[in-house]
Write a protein that binds this ligand. Sequence first.
Ligand code: HEC
Length: 218
Amino acid sequence: MTESSESQWWASESFWRKCAIFVTAGMALVLVLLTFHSLYAIGAGSDAGRVPAYSVINYRIDYVPDEDRGHLVPEVGPMVPLFGEVMNETEAKALVNHGKLTVQARNCMNCHTLLGNGAYYAPDLTKAWLDPGWGNEQARELLMTMFLKDPVANARTFGTNRRMPNQNLTDDEIRGVIAYLKWMSAIDTNGFPANFTTLPQDGPVYEPEVAEGEEDAS
Ligand code: HEC
């Protein structure tokens, strides 16, 4: 080595080794922090607002154009409880979770995509709850239940000629799957899947039954 290169601190090997160690350690820390932030942001009901709490299944999920963002975004509307049953967060979470585990256990992703993950044989299920193919808001729960109970007899196919084989789901599993699909449709997916047209949400809304004697209380 020549005199001059020894005197240049920035040309020394040990300086660059330290730099490499600092940058690697610093970035590892950033990665850990980002991971925790992502876990928080995708948590159901977090303030980040993209993934709703499970009890969102008590409400109408509309899908409306957002001018600024240039695509459709989910909008939580008035109360239209799933299967006409108002659930608290714990009950809703248990039902949605049952659906999610059913979808995983039966490997629906073998044919379908969910939030873009899975196979491309059958339609993406991210917004299946909002599919205009269910006719109208009131008929939807019944038609979904019938379809999942017997997808062969109730095939829709939409010109693809592809049919869904019967997955032999139990009634509880079907309720769970429908709750899971309703909850998932309320996730803000930045307009994914693109060019989706939505079922008009114009059915009646929920009127809580007022117990006798309570009417005068207010
Ligand atoms: C062997 C492939 C296959 C598997 C496995 C499969 N599906 Fe399907 N599924 C299809 C096809 C094909 C269609 C479209 C045909 C139709 O709607 O009649 C479909 C349609 C659907 C629809 C209607 C989608 C919409 O946008 O209206 C739902 C909901 C659905 N499947 C749920 C499920 C669930 C839940 C599972 C797992 C328990 C599952 N599928 C497993 C092939 C499959």
